[in-house]
Design a protein around this ligand. Structure first.
Ligand SMILES: CC(=O)SCCNC(=O)CCNC(=O)[C@H](O)C(C)(C)COP(=O)(O)OP(=O)(O)OC[C@H]1O[C@@H](n2cnc3c(N)ncnc32)[C@H](O)[C@@H]1OP(=O)(O)O
Length: 185
């Protein structure tokens, strides 16, 4: 593993223009394109491509096209989970999705971060990433955005269009931008 991939995996600043990372993203993009070209009858082919692409896909889990991600192997999905249309998973750090999770259309799980106060580092395209973890039996309405480093607890529901900037505990309904806990479930 090259220096920049090691830095990415450790959550340190790295450059995504590194040739090893560029090659890995190209592979993932090709597999995403192949998945997104499949028709509704090609359920076996869809599953085969997802198993090549993802770090883990539990039994009974499925994803609707279009699906996009950066690397694929950093994504682990448990059993009986569902990602609806147009999910975007920027997996520069691990993204873990539990069992029995329902993800609405157009959700985005974004692990990538760019320097904020260090303008020169941002200009030079240094970046980093922080993991996202989604607990068992979570439901996201459509258009939820999850920011880097966030953990969402088991049995939690997030309302459509919410931006989750901080961890959410188990068993709550949260909504809004930024997402706030509205009530226990
Ligand atoms: C797997 C899939 O494909 S699912 C995809 C398709 N379905 C969806 O996207 C679901 C869309 N609906 C939602 O996301 C809703 O937020 C729900 C169903 C989760 C919850 O809605 P409700 O039952 O109406 O919530 P509830 O009555 O508890 O609302 C409590 C408060 O939160 C507010 N609220 C509810 N949802 C949201 C939201 N998405 N964003 C911001 N605020 C919200 C309500 O306005 C209310 O505020 P108020 O007390 O000031 O009036």
């Amino acid at each position: 593993m090259g220096e920049h991939k090691q830095r990415m995996v450790r959550g340190e600043l790295y450059k995504d223009s590194d040739p090893e990372l560029v090659a890995e993203r190209r592979r993932a993009q090709s597999l995403c394109d192949e998945f997104n070209r499949t028709g509704p009858e090609e359920t076996e082919r869809r599953e085969q491509v997802l198993r090549q692409l993802l770090g883990k896909l539990g039994d009974g889990s499925w994803i609707m096209p279009r699906f996009q991600c950066d690397y694929g192997y950093l994504i682990e999905i448990g059993a009986n989970s569902f990602l609806n249309y147009d999910a975007i998973l920027l997996d520069c750090a691990p993204i873990t999705i539990g069992d029995d999770v329902s993800i609405g259309p157009r959700c985005q799980l974004l692990t990538a971060l760019h320097p904020m106060a260090d303008h020169e580092a941002r200009r030079q395209r240094w970046e980093s990433a922080a993991p996202i973890a989604i607990g068992d039996n979570v439901w996201f309405g459509g258009g939820v955005i999850v920011c880097p480093g966030v953990t969402v607890g088991t049995n939690t529901v997030v309302g459509a269009g919410s931006v989750v900037t901080r961890d959410l505990p188990d068993g709550v309904f949260a909504a809004g931008n930024p997402a706030r806990v509205i009530r226990s479930l």
